[in-house]
Design a protein around this ligand. Structure first.
Ligand SMILES: *Cc1c(COP(=O)(O)O)cnc(C)c1O
Length: 474
């Protein structure tokens, strides 16, 4: 095939760029919920398998037209549905280049620049999050794979301690690992255990309090009874409440019992960067591994997460892919694939490097502080309304809300479900739904960089209006 002449790249890429700009300009003015649901989107995309190719410009035009009505608005200022970051324009620009450059971030020979950007971004992340400076970082798709990778290192290390090489010999016949984990840990921490052969249900689940935090006395009892090999999974930022486990007490106790401590801090670990919220993670730096996302508070585009492991050698031991055709660094060059499950992957270090430089430490602190302040504001605005109850202590950016607090439980569930549906249909803002302690609740997560006080007030008003409409209709 002939090489693509530059004059045919330019119009295609300009068109993609124009479409992207048009979308981002439009987002603040759109209904916050997608116009099309899944079925409608599918009806648009559905077509017979193309046997013949098409002009890429026509394909791109169709893609934009078909996707548009089914696009969600996390990049807009009134999206509070999940903890989904806003894909900052600077990170997106870096991500475009990452794709256009077509770098394979597997090793330092395949892309010296991609490896180098990760090396520097790693150092910056450790400083920002104030984690052990000797720790190593793997650039993964998100906190799910960060939990997986951190727990893989845990599995490897605790078995090695009792004389078992899990990389070589697998899990069959291995000494059983005891895993302690909170009842309200994120589903992806459980998923990581499931993938690693540690089982989702053979773990010891620790009871939690009304904020989803592990009950310290129960945890200490369980830790006192621990036998090695053991892993303890803690959490910084519960997805419904934003609650934090008591690291200052639990980390040293678990370490003294010979356990590996892994912390899921997908968004919550970023609270460490601000003096106003830093106390929430006191003692977290004593753990052995941490999961944190770039595509949440740091606002990199999807997908981008980080696994941090205190002991670089243990991290690499669990992840290294050895093959004769892969280069081996003898002079300290970073081979990104030694820290993640994949070999070939996109160069996530570029977007991370770009976002940290664009925001700077001060910019990230401002973002975290603002989101936490806006969550408190929204909680105050809602709490003041009859029939509306805020269920959590708003320590971070999460507000958990229940409607119909003056009615019985089932009626409260109905009003909560209907209020969420109504808010979404009204289109001013997008909120999440969840179940908390057996009852329905609304989640309001302040996480997008576009959200400011006006947008938060306007959104809280939309929630109140929707609730009034629900109570007015039988
Ligand atoms: C979002 C989240 C995850 C999962 O992260 P992904 O980036 O979606 O893979 C895990 N744990 C917590 C606490 C989260 O908030």
């Amino acid at each position: 095939m002939a090489s693509t002449p530059p004059e045919s790249i330019a119009p295609l890429w300009r068109r993609a760029c124009e479409a992207a700009i048009a979308f981002r300009h439009d987002v603040p003015h759109r209904a916050a919920a997608p116009q099309d649901d899944y079925a409608a989107s599918l009806a648009g995309f559905e077509a017979d398998l193309p046997e013949a190719g098409s002009d890429p410009s026509d394909v791109l035009g169709d893609l934009v037209r078909l996707a548009d009505p089914g696009l969600m608005t996390p990049t807009g200022p009134r999206f509070f549905g999940w903890v989904i970051g806003g894909s900052h324009p600077a990170g997106v620009a870096a991500d475009w280049l990452t794709s256009a450059w077509g770098q394979n971030a597997g090793n330092h020979e395949a892309s010296p620049a991609a490896s180098a950007a990760e090396t520097v971004a790693s150092r910056w992340l450790l400083e920002l999050l104030d984690l052990p400076r000797e720790a190593s970082i793997g650039f993964v798709t998100g906190a799910t794979m960060a939990n997986f990778t951190g727990l893989a290192a845990a599995r490897s290390a605790v078995l090695d301690d009792v004389g078992w090489d899990v990389e070589r010999d697998g899990l069959f016949g291995a000494p059983p690992i005891t895993v302690l984990i909170g009842e309200e840990a994120h589903a992806t921490a459980y998923a990581a255990l499931q993938l690693l052969g540690l089982g989702r249900e053979r773990v010891v689940t620790l009871p939690v309090d009304d904020q989803g935090r592990i009950v310290v006395s129960s945890a200490l009892e369980a830790i006192a009874a621990l036998h090695r090999p053991a892993v303890v999974v803690l959490q910084a930022g519960q997805l419904n409440t934003g609650g934090f486990d008591d690291f200052a007490t639990l980390v040293p106790a678990a370490k003294a019992a010979g356990a590996w401590v892994h912390v899921d801090g997908a968004f919550g670990l970023w609270s460490r960067i601000s003096p106003r919220t830093r106390a929430l993670t006191e003692g977290v730096d004593g753990a052995d591994s941490w999961a944190v996302d770039g595509h949440k508070w740091l606002q990199t585009p999807y997908d981008c997460g980080y696994v941090v492991v205190r002991d670089d050698a243990l991290h690499q031991r669990a992840m290294t892919i050895a093959a004769s055709y892969l280069p081996v660094s003898e002079t300290g060059e970073r081979d990104p694939s030694h820290y993640v499950p994949e070999l070939s992957r996109r160069a996530r270090g570029f977007a991370t490097w770009t976002m940290v430089r664009t925001l700077g430490r001060e910019g990230i602190v401002t973002l975290v502080d603002r989101h936490c302040a806006l969550a408190r504001l929204v909680a105050d605005l809602l709490r003041g309304q009859p029939g509306i109850e805020v269920l959590n202590d708003v320590v971070l950016n999460q507000v958990l809300v229940r409607f119909g607090s003056d009615a019985d439980d089932d009626e409260g569930d109905r009003r909560t479900r209907e209020t969420i549906a109504r808010v979404r249909a009204d289109g001013v803002c997008f909120v999440g739904g969840t179940s908390w302690r057996g009852r329905e609740a609304m989640r309001f997560s302040v996480i997008g960089f576009e959200t400011d006080e006006n947008e938060a007030r306007r959104s809280a008003e939309a929630v109140v209006t929707a609730y009034r409409a629900v109570t007015a209709s039988p």
